[in-house]
Ligand binder design. Structure first.
Ligand code: V4E
Length: 231
C-alpha cells in the first residue's frame, strides 16, 4: 500500500541583524535552540545528488529527501523561490527508493529482507549502504533556533529556523510540512505571506547550507550539480 508521505515546502532567506526583532513583531514563538550533526552520502559518481536525492544521517537517524512529482522540470525548479521535497524516514522505504534510483533489482536483497524484522535493522541498513559504496561527502554541525507562528488556527504551522553552520554560514528557512497534493499551493502562499511580513522582498533564491558547503569544500561535485541544474 502507499502511505502519504510528508512534503517539506520551504523558502530560504538571508538573516540580517534585525531578524530577531522582526520575528518578535510578527508573533513568532521560539521553540528552543539545538545542535545537530549531519552527514550526507552518495556514490563516487554522484548518482543520488545528480538526481536531486539527498541521503542524510542526522544524529543517528536516516532520512532521504527526494523531489516530489510536482517538480519535474529543472528549469522551472531553478526559478522557484520555494522548494519542495518529500521526506522519507522509514528505512525499508529509503532502501526501496535507493534501489530504484541506483538500478538495483529487488532479488539481490530479498533474502535479507525476510529476516530483517528480527535483526537490528539499523546495523543491517548501515551495512547495506557500505555494500553499495555510498560514502559520506559532506559533514557539518548546525546550531538551530526554531520558531513557530501561532496564528492562522491551522495545525500545518509555519516554522522558521535560523541555522548557523560550523563552516561559517548562516541561513534562515521558512517551512511548512504538508501532504503531497493540493495543500502545496496553500503552503507556498503561507510561506510567501510570512516572507512579506518579515520584509524579505528578494525574489532571488538564497543559497542553502549544502550549496555553500559544496562550493567551499567540494567544488568538483558542485560543478557537476550545476551542470545538471540541481543547484
Ligand atoms: C534538499 C537538499 C538538501 C538536503 C538538505 O535540505 P535542507 O532543507 O536545505 O537542509 P536542512 O538542514 O535545513 O534540513 P531540515 O532540517 O529542514 O530537514 S541539500 C540540497 N538540497 C537541494 C536544495 C536545492 N536544490 N535548493 C535549495 C534552495 N535548497 C536545497
Amino acid at each position: 500500500y502507499c502511505r502519504v508521505m510528508p512534503v517539506e515546502v520551504e523558502r530560504k532567506f538571508v538573516c540580517d541583524s534585525h531578524i530577531l526583532e522582526k520575528l518578535k513583531v510578527i508573533g513568532a514563538v521560539c521553540l528552543g535552540q539545538y545542535e545537530f550533526k549531519d552527514q550526507y552520502f552518495d556514490s563516487a559518481d554522484f548518482t543520488l545528488t545528480l538526481k536531486d536525492f539527498w541521503l542524510r544521517k542526522r544524529e543517528g537517524s536516516w532520512e532521504l529527501k527526494r523531489p516530489t512529482s510536482s517538480h519535474l522540470n529543472a528549469e522551472k525548479r531553478a526559478q522557484d523561490v520555494c522548494t519542495n521535497y518529500r521526506e522519507i524516514t522509514d528505512l525499508l522505504q529509503i532502501r526501496a527508493e535507493l534501489m530504484a534510483i541506483m538500478g538495483i533489482y529487488a532479488e539481490h536483497t530479498s533474502d535479507s529482507s525476510q529476516t530483517e524484522q528480527a535483526k537490528d535493522i539499523h546495523a543491517e541498513f548501515d551495512k547495506w549502504l557500505q555494500d553499495l559504496k555510498l560514502e559520506c561527502f559532506a559533514e557539518f554541525t548546525t546550531v538551530r533556533c526554531s520558531y513557530v507562528l501561532e496564528d492562522e488556527g491551522d495545525d500545518r504551522r509555519v516554522r522558521i529556523d535560523l541555522d548557523q553552520a560550523d563552516f561559517g554560514y548562516c541561513v534562515g528557512e521558512i517551512e511548512v510540512l504538508v501532504s503531497e497534493g493540493f495543500e502545496m499551493t496553500t503552503a507556498v502562499q503561507r510561506i510567501e505571506k510570512t516572507a512579506q511580513k518579515l520584509g524579505l522582498s528578494s525574489e532571488q533564491k538564497t543559497r542553502g547550507k549544502m550549496q555553500v558547503y559544496l562550493q567551499k569544500f567540494r567544488p568538483d561535485h558542485y560543478a557537476e550539480l550545476l551542470k545538471a541544474h540541481v543547484v
